[in-house]
Design a protein around this ligand. Structure first.
Ligand code: HEM
Length: 147
């Protein structure tokens, strides 16, 4: 059987998935799971005010919790995301949402507003900010699926 037709063309970025190093486990060591969860709640509060709000489900706190599980796992902590939701497969999970370069820029800008106050708000180690920003830059490029 042929696959069902897609409702829109899916743009695939040139090049392989992100190959960069994962962000440092020192971030989770300093912030704890609770700090990561609070950071993601604040990030989703930023998304709520942003132009890409409509992409997200009504229940933003539930979405923030899923993302917190993912980030705890990526930061070398407990594999909470995989345990609760299965393999991350992030590009595939983002495919239903039309994410173009502008949506990516908005998403990154919202995260940046949270990161600016993250050392004071959640004990994010300031020396780890460049590496974490580089991770978000690289990973978010791979989530773009529309031109
Ligand atoms: C490029 C800009 C991005 C946009 C516009 C975007 C948008 C979205 C949307 C609309 C959802 C579905 C809402 C939900 O049900 O949770 C989602 C889920 C998620 N996103 Fe993104 N995303 C982007 C980049 C990223 C990046 C870079 C990461 C991680 C580094 C990420 C991690 C996640 C996670 C963990 C979920 C939850 C998946 C699940 O439902 O299990 N996203 N994102």
């Amino acid at each position: 059987m042929p696959p069902p037709p897609r409702s829109r063309p899916i743009h695939t970025p040139l090049g392989p998935p992100p190959q960069g190093p994962p962000p440092s486990p020192a971030i989770l060591a300093a912030m704890g799971e609770d700090g990561v969860a609070r950071m993601l709640s604040d990030f989703y509060a930023q998304l709520e005010q942003s132009e890409i709000r409509a992409l997200f489900p009504d229940d933003l706190q539930a979405a923030a919790n899923r993302s917190a599980c993912f980030f705890i796992q990526v930061l070398g902590g407990r594999p909470l995301y995989s345990q609760r939701y299965g393999p991350p497969r992030m590009r595939q999970k983002h495919e239903p949402f039309e994410i173009d370069a502008a949506a990516r820029a908005t998403w990154l800008a919202a995260f940046d507003r949270v990161l600016e106050r993250a050392p004071a708000a959640y004990a994010f180690p300031p020396e780890q900010l460049p590496g974490f920003r580089a991770f978000l830059q690289s990973f978010s490029g791979w989530m773009v699926n529309a031109v």
